[in-house]
Design a protein around this ligand. Sequence first.
Ligand SMILES: Nc1nc2c(c(=O)[nH]1)N[C@H]1C(S)=C(S)[C@@H](COP(=O)(O)O)O[C@H]1N2
Ligand SMILES: [Mo]
Length: 218
Amino acid sequence: MADEEPSGIRQKLVETKQAWARAGRLLTGQTATPEQRLPPGQRLVTDFPVLDLGIQPDVAKETFRLTVDGLVENPVTIDWAWLNELPQEERRNDIHCVTQWSRYDNSWTGVPVQALLDLVRLKPGARFVSFEAHDGYTTNLTMEDFARPENLLAHSWEGQPLTRQHGGPLRVVVPHLYLWKSTKWVRKISFLSQNKPGFWEVRGYHDRGDPWLEERYG
Ligand SMILES: Nc1nc2c(c(=O)[nH]1)N[C@H]1C(S)=C(S)[C@@H](COP(=O)(O)O)O[C@H]1N2
Ligand SMILES: [Mo]
């Protein structure tokens, strides 16, 4: 499914975003200082927009499975009960979408990345991470960007179970990068020796996506 070409409305949306990437749309050419809370070219919203490829998979907690594989000593497939037995933490952070909206002070609850790393134990040479979701979406991170203390495998937002629209039952949250790096409906996390660009990265988006550096397009 991950390699299927999107069709219909979804195809239209993908083409529009690709065209923006080619045209460098939304780039301001400014660089922001860390004291500035809103990254360059962003505007603040108070609602919580929904962005995806138009498919919102219905993943029941009963059938939920997260596979973690690749360069690890202990590959696992985690079900919902197991996920809830792992360490749980709350994080509050600002999120930034490449389509220009930012939202402050989002509270997320879930499993910190370090707890996952403790469970699977990386092998030497694991330098990149690839994510796959139930809608066929994929994205990629470096180990360094994934293993940050603020990152979570989140099942709750503002103390409530994450809604299906926002990627429930489980999504990745990597707030220091544009939100396309935060996989909704995550089903597989693979640790790799080589970088594996994902859905938007192969369609003109930046490989890393730092909002402070305005790394929108690559
Ligand atoms: N599985 C999956 N995850 C995804 C996407 C997607 O299409 N599928 N879209 C990404 C993009 S482009 C954005 S901006 C955020 C949006 O998250 P939200 O809908 O909770 O605001 O999800 C990211 N994660
Ligand atoms: Mo996005």
